[in-house]
Design a protein around this ligand. Structure first.
Ligand SMILES: *Cc1c(COP(=O)(O)O)cnc(C)c1O
Length: 410
């Protein structure tokens, strides 16, 4: 049974050709009460006119909402908007299911696709939560991970060919926290030749910068908490799939029964955030390039990791599959741990915090914060040195960002 809006409500996305037009109008349905903005439908259940209508809704014969864990008008608008953006210009359809968090969307993907005995192959640099899910939670259900450096395509191919239990290729590009990029097109081609399901975490790029469906990927996940929401006001996640039938049946069932549904208030905030995604991403990327250039010539900085710089080892791959290189960069201070602590303490406008995707510039120092409890040798294997600073370059005035970094680096 589909949780679609009744047919008589007009959907205004038809015929739109520009990206922002779709980001603003996509998924919107006229409200029966004529509200301009889609209201926050704070209702756990929906009413039936008659017992017969209830029967038709439950049997799937008639479309309409029943219970908000299954579907909700505010949530539905956010889902349709994101599906429209991930398939923009691709001559294909996708179905999106909004979740309470990025982790909930990833959990539905894994539990809805894999069974005991199956393996996932993935890149070693991954969002920490995803890494823990595949190495600490899924093994109890008989699902294990093969973790490799997926930038080595030959190695990836031989691993996939040599182990028939590998059923899913899981990509995250650019990856957290290293900003490494892997080749979606080449890897998904290898995976498809070997009948693997291919999924990609598109959080860092957003559908504006990168469309994994273009490269044959089956599923896309996002933490909407980051750039899609864009203002740091809600946790959320989304799972998209190109196999509509499967999304409507087994994935919908997995989502409903695991219970990681979103809520109308967070969906409302997400809808408002997505409307400005294109102009935000343009400004984020422009500012990031300026900041990278500034840091690269600074005496206190040993190294800048930004995929927009030709010096980055994944520059070519990033430019091949992304519109712009994104808003995230990291840099290494010559003065190591103390240099990192000093810089963090001197920031005036830029904010000291983890996470990413907000309008404001955020800096974090993994060695003293997120990775403080990881032994130094372990950290360094992943490129997380004592003086490494990670930055989400915000959309403030570029001169103010550079002035703040300049005085903090002094
Ligand atoms: C934040 C993040 C997640 C997890 O999302 P939550 O919304 O925090 O559950 C997954 N993947 C990436 C790349 C992230 O940055």
């Amino acid at each position: 049974m589909d949780k679609s809006f009744p047919d008589n409500l007009h959907n205004s996305t038809k015929g739109l050709t520009g990206w922002s037009s779709l980001a603003i109008h996509g998924g919107h349905h006229e409200d029966p009460m004529y509200a301009h903005q889609t209201p926050i439908y704070a209702s756990s259940t929906y009413v039936f006119d008659t017992a017969e209508q209830g029967m038709r809704r439950f049997s799937g014969e008639e479309e309409g909402f029943i219970y908000s864990r299954w579907g909700n008008p505010t949530i539905f608008e956010a889902e349709e908007k994101i599906a429209a953006l991930e398939t923009f210009g691709l001559n294909m359809e996708a179905k999106a299911i909004l979740h309470a968090s990025g982790m909930a969307a990833i959990a539905t993907l894994m539990m809805g696709t894999l069974k005991a005995g199956d393996k996932i192959i993935t890149h070693f640099s991954l969002y920490g939560g995803t890494d823990e899910l595949v190495t600490k939670i899924l093994p109890a259900f008989g699902i294990t991970a093969v973790i490799a450096d997926l930038r080595d395509l030959n190695k990836a191919e031989s691993l996939i060919r040599s182990d028939k239990a590998i059923k899913m290729l899981y990509l995250e590009t650019p990856a957290n926290p290293t900003i490494q990029c892997v080749d979606i097109d080449e890897l998904s081609r290898i995976a498809k030749q070997n009948n693997l399901v291919v999924a990609c975490d598109n959080t860092f790029a957003t559908p504006y910068l990168q469309q994994p469906f273009r490269f044959g990927v089956d599923y896309i996940v996002h933490s909407t908490t980051k750039f899609l929401n864009g203002h740091g006001t809600a946790i959320g996640g989304v799972l998209l799939g190109r196999d509509i039938e499967r999304m409507k049946t087994s994935m919908t069932k997995t989502h409903r029964l695991l219970g990681g549904n979103s809520n109308p208030f967070d969906a409302f905030l997400l809808i408002q955030g997505i409307k400005t995604l294109e102009i935000r991403m343009e400004r984020h990327c422009h500012n990031a390039m300026e900041v990278a250039g500034y840091l690269e010539q600074h005496d206190a900085v040993a190294k800048v990791n930004y995929t927009g710089l030709a010096s980055h080892p994944d520059h070519y791959v990033a430019m091949k599959q992304m519109r712009h290189p994104g808003a995230m960069l990291s840099f290494e201070l010559k003065k190591g741990l103390q240099g990192g602590i000093d810089l963090m303490n001197k920031l005036q406008m830029c904010v000291r915090t983890v996470s990413l995707g907000t309008c404001d510039s955020l800096l974090s120092h993994p060695a003293s914060m997120t990775h403080h409890s990881v032994p130094k040798e372990e950290r360094e294997k992943y490129g997380i040195t004592d003086g490494l600073i990670r930055m989400n370059v915000g959309i403030e005035n570029i001169q103010d960002i550079i002035n703040d970094l300049a005085q903090a680096l002094n």
